[in-house]
Design a protein around this ligand. Structure first.
Ligand code: CAA
Length: 266
């Protein structure tokens, strides 16, 4: 396809205005949960964005007012074993790495629940603007899992080890005001429209600057985290090993059957 033609995707809506491409994850009936199609669509969208000179910046949001992304798709997860679980984690890590290393500024507009993979997606963006009803959190341990799309690494770097331990081990939800205080959100707005105005305003300020300087600044800030491959490898390996446990089967089945899990520790 010619690089200036906006591609279409099964699970994403793309709209470009004044050089800013807004990507809307569009599975509202499943609170925009990340299934494999969403991940592969996101990867293709960012490949297109990277090659498109007319795109200067990106905004990612979720369809509707209730959720940004409610996590990886738990129905899909429930069939994983140790090998396919590790593969799923490595695949998701690669997609999110392609967002983090995008040479154009990427803002997450977090409009509601951003849980599990949703918080991990937001953390892979360069900046996060949240609405007042935004809720962040990494609740994977309640499913017998751990975050598998880079969350154990990126959250720790953003909020520090002690707070990351607290948030990952409790799996508790963090509302917008606390997310702002912790530095998870850069800014909080009253409504989705206001958040969009704020994101456009911030991107407008960024885009007044040299594009090549912006690209190098992103690269330089990302490279402050070099030497981190081991952490991502460990995350994927541990995520995979959990997919072979009884607790994982119980945790995911309990969510899908809308009941509380009863973990045996096996
Ligand atoms: N995967 C699949 N489906 C999901 C989903 C998910 N992560 N989150 C929500 N849904 C579905 C629900 O199953 C429901 O579908 P049906 O109508 O067909 O039953 C629909 O979306 C609406 O959700 P709820 O009825 O649960 O809405 P609610 O308002 O009662 O609760 C919520 C909202 C608190 C966000 C709740 O949906 C929830 O807890 N979701 C799961 C959050 C979660 O655990 N995320 C982590 C996933 S694991 C992960 O992300 C692993 C990783 O790091 C790679």
């Amino acid at each position: 396809m010619p690089s200036n033609e906006t591609p279409t995707f099964e699970t994403l809506l793309l709209e470009t205005e004044a050089g800013i491409c807004t990507i809307t994850i569009n599975r509202p009936e499943k609170l925009n949960a990340l299934n494999q199609t969403v991940l592969s669509d996101l990867e293709s969208a960012f490949m297109w964005i990277d090659k498109s000179p007319e795109i200067k910046a990106v905004m990612i949001t979720g369809s509707g007012d209730k959720a940004f992304v409610a996590g990886a798709d738990i129905k899909e997860l429930s069939n994983l074993d140790a090998v396919t679980g590790r593969e799923l984690s490595v695949n998701g890590q690669r997609v999110f790495e392609s967002i983090e290393s995008c040479s154009k500024p990427v803002v997450a507009l977090v409009n509601g629940y951003a849980l599990g993979g949703g918080t991990e997606l937001a953390l892979s963006c360069h900046v996060r603007i949240a609405t007042e009803n935004a809720v962040f959190g990494l609740p994977e341990v309640s499913l017998g899992l751990i975050p598998g799309y880079g969350g154990t690494q990126r959250l720790t770097r953003l909020v520090g080890k002690g707070k990351a331990m607290e948030l990952v081990l409790t799996g508790r939800m963090v509302k917008a005001d606390e997310a702002l205080q912790l530095g998870i959100a850069n800014s909080v707005a009253g409504s989705k429209g206001e958040a969009m105005d704020r994101a456009n305003d911030m991107l407008g300020k960024m885009l007044k600057n040299s594009p090549v300087a912006l690209a190098r600044a992103i690269e330089a800030i990302n490279s402050s985290e070099q030497g981190s491959d081991e952490g991502y490898r460990a995350e994927a390996g541990l995520f995979g090993s959990l997919c072979a446990t009884e607790d994982f089967k119980e945790g995911t089945s309990a969510f899908l059957e809308k009941r509380k899990p009863s973990f045996s520790g096996k």
